[in-house]
Ligand binder design. Structure first.
Ligand SMILES: Cc1ncc(COP(=O)(O)O)c(C=O)c1O
Length: 355
């Protein structure tokens, strides 16, 4: 097969636009020869349990899956009875970007709460965490948070601990969507366990794809009492890989040593470079009329652009509108974003905002 696309075309649309990290590709090749037992009884999936035990504790059980929606939906389903509901930020991926799969596939009601920055607090949880025992209300039994959030913001370990304590005191469980878990670890400069296991999280969706894998995520159960039936639910939800060794090998490549951190640190650094270059441009007048709508704490930059600039900038670089009614856009950096990608983007932004 010949290459069909032009690799010099760069974008700031999504960390999913990037390719596969060469060390992940090498891991796939290393796992490739010969035969291994299918459906997860292979040596790579066994090794992955040990790798994840270092990040999530000795009791952690990892269930590799193909994608983040599958991890979230299946993990949450294992935490809830038929009548259960999940309290989540209104911007949560499970609420707005999973095609209704939590509702349609898992039968879960999502009780969503508006936030300023994509982060729940105990007070915000309480807006929807009520009505236990009322048969007319879906029962709020899980709180789901995202780390780093869909708005590029971060929870501190103390903030997560406060949410876990609050949820547990009400008989609820805490789920963490960690599609960008590595970006959070890199930004906080903390081990993953500091804001998951040690902060009281019960079940995690551990990301791989956005940080250099091909198609690899995992549901990681930190407290076995918080989840039931996962092997069956994963199959029912069509997330059981027959050749699981290749999903596990990708996650081993990322999480066994420090590839997850190297990639995430780089993506975060590129977002910081982008933000500070735009701030510098605003200060010296080479960029005009741009405002930031969120702090840049991980690998996403959220900005409000002058009228018409987004579409003209998109002629050179793809990126998504976040809230078109406000001219708000999202610029994402990934493990393979380069300094020259950022510099070229900022130069074009400068040209367009002055013109
Ligand atoms: C916060 C969050 N969770 C989960 C996902 C996973 O989605 P997918 O099913 O596309 O892998 C994404 C991807 O955009 C995400 O941003």
């Amino acid at each position: 097969m010949t290459t069909l696309h032009d690799p010099t075309i760069r974008s700031f649309a999504s960390d999913n636009y990037s390719g596969v990290h060469p060390e992940v590709l090498a891991a796939l090749a290393a796992a490739n020869d010969g035969h291994q037992i299918a459906y997860g009884e292979d040596l790579y999936t066994e090794r992955l349990q040990h790798v994840f035990a270092r990040h999530f504790g000795d009791d952690a059980q990892a269930f590799p899956v193909f994608n983040g929606t599958g991890a979230n939906v299946t993990g949450l389903q294992s935490m809830l009875p038929r009548w259960g509901a999940v309290v989540a930020a209104s911007t949560a991926h499970i609420n707005v970007d999973e095609g209704g799969a939590p509702e349609k596939v898992a039968g879960i009601k999502i009780l969503n709460v508006p936030t300023d920055d994509g982060k729940l607090t105990p007070e915000l949880v309480d807006r929807e965490a009520w009505g236990w025992g009322d048969e007319h209300r879906a029962q709020p039994l899980v709180v789901s948070i995202t780390q780093s959030t869909e708005l590029g913001t971060l929870y501190t370990p103390d903030e997560i601990r406060a949410l876990a304590d609050h949820a547990h005191a009400r008989g609820m469980r805490l789920h963490l969507d960690g599609a960008r878990l590595s970006n959070a670890a890199a930004a906080l400069d903390l081990p993953i366990r500091a804001f998951t296991l040690d902060a009281g999280v019960d079940v995690v969706s551990a990301g791989g794809t956005k940080n250099g894998a091909l198609a690899a995520e995992a549901i990681v159960v930190l407290d076995p009492a918080a989840s039931a039936g996962l092997p069956f639910l994963r199959k029912l939800n069509m997330q059981l890989s027959s050749k699981m060794r290749f999903v596990s090998a990708q996650l081993i490549a990322l999480y066994e040593d420090d590839l997850y951190l190297r990639n995430a640190r780089h993506a975060n650094a590129m977002a910081a470079r982008l933000r500070s270059a735009v701030e510098g441009g605003l200060a010296d007048g080479s960029i005009v009329g741009v405002r930031f709508s969120q702090p840049t704490q991980a690998n996403g930059v959220f900005a409000i652009l002058p009228d018409g600039v987004a579409d003209r900038l998109r002629e050179s670089f793809r990126f998504y509108d976040w809230d078109a009614s406000k001219n708000e856009v999202r610029w994402m950096c990934s493990f393979d974003t380069t300094e020259s990608d950022v510099d070229a983007f900022v130069a074009e932004l400068s040209r367009l905002t002055r013109g």
